[in-house]
Design a binder for this molecule. Structure first.
Ligand SMILES: Cc1cc2nc3c(=O)[nH]c(=O)nc-3n(C[C@H](O)[C@H](O)[C@H](O)COP(=O)(O)OP(=O)(O)OC[C@H]3O[C@@H](n4cnc5c(N)ncnc54)[C@H](O)[C@@H]3O)c2cc1C
Length: 556
């Protein structure tokens, strides 16, 4: 069984489990009640929702996680310590059991009162947020989750489920059936055959055989706490950097906001191993870390977030607008921010689909790098994301062959990346080159590429190809609601000026910046015509859009 990271160092553990001062506890008292507790009393169980927040005045409380092998101790809280982890902020169900180990008195605070305290008290808010994030990191490090995923490195569905759990920062245990010989007992215990993998065991009870991410999210109750308002002030579609930024600003400025994400928070940026040009992160930051922090920040301010729930249609004939979700739910909203970004282009190569997730990948993160080990790999593309993937993979893989269709790296590639690629002996650049053949049985085994200049083809025993060949806007679900450019990107603001004959703009004022051809509906980030495909730009547009949403709502 594997855990991804190493345990927290002792100094960080102190910040994960701090002791509050008497003065800090005094500030918590007015919003809580004193509860006397007895030895053996269970205060919360895994799967409980709305678990209160406890501060120990005296006595002790152990936090354990039930597992198939019995209970695993996470931590024992003593006087001055407080309970909770990131579920206190996200509103999701508890992952652990809290049992009193010595009698005493605890302060007990409801989740609503806890949110009020966090909003009011900046110092306590910082202590709690830091502790909760670090506690979640600790759970992930130690594989202390309520999910066991049994899968194979040769299964595309296993990769998809691993990515989903990892991108949602959901602690889990991954059992690689290709290498873990002890796992047969687990399969026998749950009457699972090898043909049914990947298999997920949720909450030590429910067995899901090759589930979709929607089924997995449902089993874990990841959306169970979300109660949509009758009409939301704002619905944000997409939780990439632009949607998350919009959520942070909207919720912090008091709007009732629901974010709807088809997969996991983070979008394209979430598949980036390291973003080095985002302001304020001189050492770089992984897309996943940026997304987890942003999601926690938005939820801290009260944004609701539905994940693994794609919007299939916008009904735009009247206001409030209606959004149909996969699964049949309908959400109503006074205003909408479209932040659905772009999805990778798939070059026309025979067998591409067959090898997706089994040698062909569209993102280069820790999980994919692990699958490649020290083998040679191919990166297809000459833009920023391809460059970043090549540099990242060169740290662990053997040789990285970078195949670029044109005769140079993209004009838009950052200068620091170009230098790193050109000076890196582990990266071999092949210009005017494209993949023309993928072969193998279940797993990709051989790749053929062709030089467009000479017409020469060559076949190589390479089992891993990363395709980073640009992206197209995700606007198919919008049908005729808003004006698009010829490539399907959403037109906004002044770009609509020349199109006034093709759509009906009903208001005396012109469309605002970032506003689409439909008043009250905005588009931000990579889905917008004229976007610049950068995290900072997406975040900036998401933030600006909220100022404009306020103005549009005031018109209603
Ligand atoms: C590998 C890689 C590395 C990159 N590295 C950098 C970098 O170092 N620096 C930099 O500045 N930029 C980088 N970029 C570009 C940057 O990630 C994007 O510009 C940015 O993510 C765009 O953000 P977005 O929110 O507009 O869209 P996206 O990130 O594309 O997010 C859109 C979200 O909407 C969701 N969605 C789509 N359709 C629906 C629907 N119908 N219903 C609900 N949800 C939906 C998607 O699942 C996705 O989560 C990189 C991109 C990639 C792919």
């Amino acid at each position: 069984m594997s855990a991804q990271l190493t345990p927290l160092p002792p100094d960080i553990r102190g910040e994960a489990f701090p002791i509050l001062t008497a003065e800090q506890i005094c500030r918590i008292r007015p919003l809580s009640k004193v509860r006397s507790v007895k030895v053996g009393e269970i205060l919360f169980e895994p799967g409980d929702s709305d678990v209160p927040f406890f501060v120990l005045l005296s006595g002790s409380l152990e936090i354990v996680q039930p597992s198939l092998q019995g209970e695993r101790l996470i931590v024992t809280h003593e006087a001055g310590s407080f309970t909770g982890e990131i579920t206190m902020i996200s509103g999701r169900r508890s992952l652990a059991r809290g049992r009193v180990t010595s009698a005493g008195e605890f302060l007990e605070m409801s989740t609503v009162a806890f949110r009020t305290l966090v909003a009011r008290d900046a110092e306590l808010s910082e202590i709690f947020m830091r502790a909760f994030i670090l506690r979640r990191v600790e759970l992930i490090n130690r594989g202390f989750g309520n999910v066991i995923l049994l899968g194979s490195r040769h299964s595309a569905q296993t990769l998809r489920l691993r990515e989903f759990l990892t991108r949602n920062a959901h602690p889990h245990t991954y059992v690689d059936l290709d290498t873990d010989t002890a796992s047969q007992d687990l399969l026998d215990h749950f009457h699972v055959t090898l043909e049914e993998i990947p298999v997920v065991i949720c909450n030590n009870r429910t067995v899901l055989r090759s589930p979709s991410i929607q089924e997995l999210a449902k089993c874990l109750g990841l959306n169970a706490h979300i109660v949509a308002s009758e009409v939301e002030d704002l619905v944000i579609v997409g939780a990439g950097p632009s949607g998350l930024a919009a959520a942070v600003y909207a919720a912090s400025e008091g709007l009732d906001v629901l974010v709807i994400e088809a997969e996991s928070p983070g979008g394209q940026a979430g598949s980036s191993s390291k973003i080095e040009n985002y302001l304020g992160f001189p050492m770089g930051v992984s897309g996943q870390e940026l997304a987890s922090r942003a999601a926690a920040q938005a939820q801290k301010f009260g944004a609701k977030m539905l994940i693994a729930s794609g919007v299939t249609k916008l009904n735009c004939e009247r206001r409030p607008f209606e959004l149909n979700l996969e699964g049949g739910q309908t959400i109503r909203a006074r205003s909408v921010v479209i932040a659905t970004g772009a999805q990778y282009n798939k070059p026309k190569i025979e067998n591409l689909k067959k090898f997706e997730g089994q040698g062909v990948y569209y993102g280069a993160t820790y999980i994919e790098a692990q699958l490649c080990g020290k083998e040679n790999v191919i990166v297809v593309g000459g833009g920023n994301s391809a460059g970043q993937a090549a540099v990242y993979l060169s740290q662990t893989a053997g040789k990285v062959h970078m195949l670029v269709r044109s005769n140079q790296l993209s004009d838009t590639m950052s200068r620091y990346l170009i230098q790193r690629i050109e000076e890196n002996p582990a990266i071999e650049l092949h210009f005017q080159t494209e993949v023309v053949g993928l072969d193998g049985d279940a797993q990709l085994e051989r790749v053929t590429w062709r030089n467009k200049d000479s017409g020469e083809t060559s076949t190589h025993d390479i089992r891993h190809v990363f395709i980073m060949a640009g992206a197209s806007p995700r606007t198919d679900w919008l049908q005729e609601c808003v004006a698009l450019d010829s490539k399907g990107f959403i037109l906004t603001g002044r770009d609509l000026d020349s199109l006034t004959e093709q759509y009906h703009w009903p208001l005396p004022r012109a469309p605002q910046m970032l506003e689409t051809s439909l008043p009250g509906v905005f588009a931000v980030g990579d889905v917008r015509a004229g976007n610049v495909k950068r995290v900072a730009a997406a975040v900036g547009e998401g933030s600006i859009a909220i100022y404009l949403v306020h103005r549009a709502l005031a018109e209603l």
